[in-house]
Write a protein that binds this ligand. Structure first.
Ligand SMILES: [Zn+2]
Length: 255
């Protein structure tokens, strides 16, 4: 059966001198692995489309009894020049697609997550957007869509209102300063305020939020810990290692 759908390219895997295999998160069929024959031949323009982060339209031959489908054709929906021109943006973009790859199952349609993915990549491609805010928004929304909502109001142990605290190493939930025993981060009042702002906003309104870069660092570290704790597969996202290095650099800059 020939399927035509929109997709975000998640991963590109070398296959032969002239062909590649790529993994795509499609709007209609979820995550699919596809063989693109002959796309590395000279004059073939499709090979360049099948790079991670790209948002494309594809047609492929699908047989449900095989693991790898066969590409017929592909075209761009959206190119992301601003992402590719900036090292931090490209690292965040690669982290976003790798996180989607790890957090989803094959052939399991998830249109809401697909929409979140390309909408966030669109914002990451907008040079006027604060890329750290966009990334924090993505982590929070991903977590909610997959069924894990951090309680930002109350301590998960004593239920008192929380304005400072940490993330409990055993439950992965927020706890107040009195209840915290072991936590890899300390969230001060500013971080809570920033987190609450991000969680209350629509993606299109993120631009209206003006914050200092250093007040986004701890919220991202929290969201990273929270999602890694709760979402299966997220502990092994390799590009997050680079994101964590960037966060440390950003933090050092602001001290
Ligand atoms: Zn408490």
């Amino acid at each position: 059966m020939l399927i035509a759908t929109n997709a975000i390219v998640l991963k590109r895997i070398p296959f032969s001198d002239t062909s590649i295999i790529f993994r795509a998160f499609t709007e209609d069929c979820g995550k699919v692995t596809i063989l693109a024959k002959g796309v590395l031949r000279p004059k073939n323009i499709i090979g360049a489309l099948l790079e991670p982060i790209n948002h494309i339209h594809i047609q492929y031959y699908n047989k449900s009894n095989r693991d790898i489908q066969i590409l017929k054709d592909a075209s761009f929906i959206q190119q992301y020049p601003q992402i590719r021109n900036n090292l931090t943006r490209i690292i965040l973009g690669l982290a976003i697609v790798e996180i989607i790859d790890r957090a989803t199952l094959d052939c399991n349609p998830y249109p809401v997550l697909y929409r979140l993915g390309w909408r966030v990549l669109d914002k990451l491609n907008d040079a006027s957007q604060n890329f750290w805010l966009v990334f924090a928004f993505f982590l929070y929304q991903l977590s909610i869509r997959l069924g894990f909502m951090p309680n930002l109001k109350n301590c998960s142990k004593c239920f008192s209102e929380i304005s400072q605290g940490g993330i409990d190493d055993y439950t992965g939930e927020l706890v107040c300063t009195k209840c915290v025993t072991q936590s890899q981060i300390h969230l001060e009042e500013n971080s809570f305020i920033t987190l609450q702002k991000i969680t209350g906003l629509h993606l299109d309104d993120l631009k209206s939020l003006t914050i200092e870069n250093n007040s986004i660092i701890n919220p991202i570290r929290f969201l990273d810990l929270f999602t890694s704790f709760h979402i299966e597969g997220l502990k092994r996202v390799r590009s997050m290692e680079m994101v964590r290095k960037l966060i440390i650099e950003e933090n050092d800059k602001s001290v």
